[in-house]
Design a protein around this ligand. Structure first.
Ligand SMILES: Nc1nc2c(c(=O)[nH]1)N[C@H]1C(S)=C(S)[C@@H](COP(=O)(O)O)O[C@H]1N2
Ligand SMILES: [Mo]
Length: 373
């Protein structure tokens, strides 16, 4: 719970000024290079042809596709992981606001790859990866930025992986990747490569630092960066790819201020997974009883879900300590904690036991919010 998540959940589609931006390099303004901007497509797959696509020609010659999808940083809720485990995590201490539910417009990667000779049959795609790269600027830890997705995911007929040139019906802004960025609905944000200028079909995942040596949920025993390297934990741990099932409490409001021994709380929040959310529940008794809430917004297969619900909480007024709690209007105050958990249509539940990891990524412990009543 926090100011950012509250502000975000007031909108179904995140307006540009509230959308977070994350860059491992300087932000390049490529406006003056638009006319000559190209994307190179190459790789080690038999039958494919190497191609250099001019961005203007690409936009003109391929159909435009539009999809709503939530862009989420793997470090979303990192601060919560640290707070909950009491153990230091490495990385920007994002709270719960590194999420943007946007309407993306672009060209389906499937169409582009088919035009480059990639086979449409799924069995021929198995074992290959689509490696995206941006060479426009050197990054903190590598000479370029890159990440990859399994080829069959990019080629899926019901998918919407695209090279996007629009965000919320306007051209991309420089900080979100103008003129072109990768959008892979259902996947973590670091695979949505901005300023993409090369797409390589490979038998291996992207060799880039941000695929190989970062964005992995290292086991809890990996307590230092040195240990991760010495014991080859980066090589032994799988890359984070699909979004995990997660929920966040954004706001709690007390609807019955006058009643000292029973409070009705209105609780709101968001949830997401790599597929639509099927159910969100909240609890005010430390997880003993859970109550289903209403999903008030969900759009297509890859948007975030917004939810709201009411909870009636009995308060043992006699047990309240008058002295130790702040008094207002002559009444003692007490703190109520509300937790949330989500379930998705694939049958997954939020892994509320989510443990500490060195980089503080993928945190999905219960959503937590508190209110003083
Ligand atoms: N070229 C490039 N693409 C990138 C990044 C980057 O640093 N460079 N950051 C990634 C990460 S970690 C995230 S979370 C998203 C953030 O996208 P946004 O800045 O549009 O919110 O972009 C991804 N794509
Ligand atoms: Mo990120």
């Amino acid at each position: 719970m926090g100011k950012t998540s509250l502000r975000l959940t007031k909108h179904t589609i995140t307006p540009l000024h509230l959308a977070y931006a994350r860059n491992h390099s300087v932000i390049k303004d490529l406006a003056s290079e638009f006319d000559s901007y190209t994307v190179k497509i190459d790789g080690e797959m038999e039958g494919m042809e190497e191609k250099v696509l001019n961005v203007k020609d690409m936009i003109a010659s391929f159909p435009r596709t539009v999809a709503v999808a939530a862009l989420i940083c793997a470090g979303n809720r990192r601060a919560k992981m640290q707070e909950k485990t009491g153990k230091e995590v490495r990385g920007i201490k994002w709270s719960e606001g590194t999420i943007a539910n946007a309407r993306w417009g672009g060209v389906l990667l499937r169409d582009i790859l088919i035009s480059a000779g990639i086979p449409e049959q799924e069995d021929a795609q198995k074992g290959f990866h689509v490696c995206f790269a941006s060479n426009v600027a050197p990054c903190q830890d590598d000479t370029s930025y890159g990440g990859s997705i399994p080829l069959e995911e990019v080629m899926a007929k019901d998918g919407a992986a695209m090279l996007a040139y629009e965000m919320n019906d306007a051209p991309l802004t420089p900080d979100h990747g103008f003129p072109l960025r990768v959008v892979v609905p259902g996947y973590f944000g670091m695979r949505w490569v901005k300023w993409v200028d090369r797409i390589t079909i490979s038998r291996n995942e992207s060799p880039n630092f941000y695929q190989q040596r970062d964005y992995k949920m290292l086991p809890e025993c990996v307590s230092s960066p040195e240990k991760a390297i010495q014991e080859n934990w980066w090589g032994r741990t799988p890359s984070m790819q699909r979004l995990n099932c997660n929920s966040v409490v954004a706001h709690i409001q007390c609807l019955t201020l006058a009643c000292p021994d029973q409070k009705t709380l209105k609780v709101t929040g968001y949830a997401y997974s790599h597929c639509p959310i099927s159910r969100v529940e909240i609890s005010a008794d430390d997880g003993e009883t859970w109550h289903e809430v209403r999903i008030t917004y969900q759009e297509g297969s890859w948007s975030w879900s917004l939810w709201e619900g009411e909870l009636v909480v009995d308060i043992d007024v006699d047990a309240l300590e008058w002295a130790s709690h702040g008094q207002r209007n002559g009444l003692p105050k007490t703190k109520i904690t509300v937790m949330s958990r989500a379930f998705d249509q694939s049958g997954s539940a939020q892994d509320t036991e989510c443990r500490w990891n060195l980089r503080g990524v993928g945190f999905c412990g219960v959503g937590v919010g508190t209110i003083e009543v």
